[in-house]
Design a protein around this ligand. Structure first.
Ligand SMILES: [Zn+2]
Length: 266
């Protein structure tokens, strides 16, 4: 069976991170996404310490980049600021990886907004992700860029768009199954996702319960047992090397632990 790892979104503050990793490990959680959503709050020294602890405990770390990004802005300054925010995450992510090529850190980010011309948005985002990948390569940072499938209908990041970006640039992605439910009004789209991301051997996923309207995502909520079962029954049969499920429910640690227990009984 494919290896499925669970873990919460959130490692806590700088001073709690190491203790929290210990707690997660005791619960059997083997992944954790560090939320730099309101800014990168780790320095290099902290990142190295946290990365080493995570490696000792066999917990895979990923990063969620700041929300305030848009790779499809018409303003040059905003593009540069966006790139810098993502690259700052890449640098910290590199220290998380402890230089181990099997522990490349996934850097999750929201790709951007639509402009009037949707095709142009796709081209712009692709071009800028390629530029970011060049820099990552030059710097020899041990990270993978993961643009996220988005839950709001008026934001760039449908299944097709993210698949296109992955295929053309060679980046990876973040498959947010809650966002998919919101964006496609309750449809799980499992078959489409399987098709779209068949080439990726490792899947980095997000999941939570979700409240949505006809515009898409509104709010995350607790994951019901039947929702875990539905997703896990699909994932456990896949021919993948590894699947990471980062839980973004309001209590992401408790819900991750529940997901793990449900999988063990399936
Ligand atoms: Zn996100």
């Amino acid at each position: 069976m494919v290896e499925i790892r669970f873990g919460p979104s959130g490692i806590g503050g700088k001073s709690e991170a190491i203790t929290n990793l210990g707690l997660y490990s005791k619960m059997g959680l083997r992944a954790c996404e560090v939320a730099f959503t309101y800014g990168v709050y780790f320095d290099k020294v902290t990142a190295e310490e946290v990365g080493k602890k995570a490696k000792d405990l066999d917990i895979k770390l990923s990063i969620h980049a700041p929300y305030y990004v848009n790779l499809n802005s018409d303003e040059k300054a905003k593009i540069e600021a966006t790139k810098k925010r993502i690259l700052d995450c890449c640098e910290i992510g590199h220290y998380f990886s402890c230089g181990d090529s099997k522990r490349k850190t996934s850097i999750v980010f929201h790709p951007g907004y639509y402009s009037e011309d949707r095709k142009k948005a796709l081209e712009n985002i692709e071009k800028r992700i390629s530029e970011l990948m060049e820099i990552v390569k030059e710097k020899k940072w041990n990270v993978i860029l993961c643009p996220e499938l988005m839950g709001k209908i008026n934001v760039f990041g449908s299944i097709d768009e993210i698949a296109e970006v992955v295929n053309r640039t060679g980046c990876s992605c973040c498959i947010d199954f809650a966002h998919v439910l919101a964006r496609y009004q309750g449809e799980d789209k499992f078959e489409e996702i399987l098709d779209a991301f068949s080439k990726l051997k490792e899947w980095h996923c997000h999941f939570s319960g979700i409240i949505y309207t006809n515009k898409g995502e509104k709010q995350h909520r607790h994951v019901e047992e039947r929702e875990w079962k539905h997703l896990l029954n699909f994932l456990k049969k896949l021919d993948k090397q590894q699947i990471i499920i980062i839980c973004e429910a309001p209590d992401p640690v408790a819900d991750s632990e529940e997901g793990l227990k449900i999988l063990e009984k399936l």
